[in-house]
Ligand binder design. Structure first.
Ligand code: FAD
Length: 379
């Protein structure tokens, strides 16, 4: 009764997607989530692209999408570039529940309030101990977030470099651009990261910050204070923080009978810290490979490494975005201001997402500062 082909730990974007994809192969699948509900269990800006919904096979339905959003990216001098591509502010909890429902339709079993305490890989199977039960599985997928119990239990100590983040949900705001997600760069605003305002409406907004080597809360409070026209009368109704892995994918996320995906393995776009789309893509790839491998009876590292082939476009994007992040983190505010004058919306999207770096590099190559500082670093 307690034997499965694939056990997935964690019901975030990576885990629900892995459950869906592995159940779709016909495998016997169990998804374990320690919280009482499949929902957004940690703070999240909930901003996604149209492609994210397509990858997840979720329609932009009003029960899931709060509103369509464009983006404004602010340089330190508060000049901004508008990015008009279609994006959405979503209700992440409903979004995850929708994918969990798809997984259940394919036959995945889902247990909430069940925390995985220990995982042991033995010759014939993986043994999983939870707060309620013991299981055996052919493949274990650790989709349990940055502080992964699966990784720790298996002695995998490598972690992607984290950036600490804090986010407030604020009410009684007077948001100036209720349909825009706004990103603010600059060493005075958010050293080594950025601050954001993601509104649900004119009255409610998520306001957050990620910084490196500096106290995040002090910087967030100063940021909020500097927008007295928008937040002067606002109240905080939710105050949480969490690390975001922005140092790229760990060296060995796939081993015999074991796969680590999503935040647990650093599968996040480094420059933006966006991890919903990359985690869903990782879940779909890992789930498919694990489900098929388990039913074939070959769950070796070599067989499970087919994951790298399916996930290759994302591996490339994450690597390239990391390069851009490393180059930008050395720039001062004057250089960032100048960059915002030179780059257009498509350039910023490509740089941030690790897409067509060669095209952007060609554009910057004739500029005396960026030819040396940026172009060399990103190609
Ligand atoms: C403040 C903040 C804002 C963000 N904003 C955005 C954004 O706007 N857009 C975007 O794309 N990305 C954003 N991200 C990143 C994004 O939230 C993550 O990259 C993404 O959620 C990772 O998904 P995951 O499934 O790998 O892990 P998680 O979402 O962390 O899910 C892990 C799940 O595992 C469960 N779990 C943990 N341990 C156990 C255990 N032992 N047993 C059982 N269950 C367990 C947890 O309860 C949780 O449900 C943001 C992150 C932060 C911190």
């Amino acid at each position: 009764m307690n034997k499965y082909d694939v056990i997935i730990v964690g019901g975030g974007p990576a885990g629900v997607s892995a459950a869906k994809a592995s159940a779709k192969t016909g495998a016997r699948v169990l998804l374990l989530e320690k919280s009482p509900t499949i929902m957004a269990n940690k703070p999240c800006g909930q901003a996604v692209s149209q492609e994210t919904l397509q990858t997840a096979e979720v329609k932009p339905d009003p029960t899931i999408v709060l509103h369509r959003a464009y983006a404004l990216v602010y340089a330190p001098n508060l000049n901004y570039v508008k990015i008009d591509r279609i994006g959405f502010l979503i209700d992440k909890s409903r979004f995850l529940q929708y994918i969990a429902a798809q997984a259940a339709e394919y036959g995945a079993e889902i247990h909430v309030r069940e925390e995985v305490l220990e995982v042991k890989v033995e010759n014939d199977a993986v043994k999983v101990k939870t707060n309620k039960n013991k299981y055996e599985t052919s493949v274990i997928i650790g989709a349990d977030g940055y502080n992964s119990t699966v990784a720790r239990s298996l002695g995998i100590n490598e972690r992607s470099e984290p950036i600490p983040t804090i986010q407030y949900v604020m009410v009684n705001c007077n948001v100036k651009y209720p349909d825009a997600v706004r990103f603010f760069l600059g060493n005075n605003v958010a050293p080594g990261g950025y601050a954001w305002i993601f509104p649900h409406s004119e009255k409610i907004a998520e306001v957050g910050i990620g910084v490196r080597g500096a106290p995040a809360k002090d910087y967030l409070d100063a940021f909020v204070k500097s927008f007295s026209d928008e937040f002067g009368r606002a109240q905080i109704i939710d105050y949480r923080g969490a690390p975001v892995p922005i140092g790229g994918i760990i060296n060995e996320p796939i081993r015999d009978k074991t796969m680590l995906i999503g935040d647990a393995a650093g599968m996040v776009i480094p420059l933006t810290g966006a991890g919903i789309h990359s985690s869903i893509a990782a879940g779909l790839a890992a789930g498919k490979v694990a489900g098929e491998a388990a039913q074939e009876g070959n769950t070796s590292k070599e067989r499970l490494s087919e994951f790298y082939t399916l996930y290759k476009p994302w591996i490339e994007r994450i690597k390239k975005s990391l390069k851009v992040m490393r180059a930008l983190e050395k720039m001062n505010d004057d250089e960032l201001n100048l960059l915002a004058e030179i780059l257009n919306d498509q350039d910023i999207l490509d740089l941030a997402n690790g897409l067509d770096l060669v095209r952007v590099a060609r554009k910057l190559a004739s500029h005396p500062i960026f030819a040396i500082k940026l172009v060399k670093a990103i190609i």
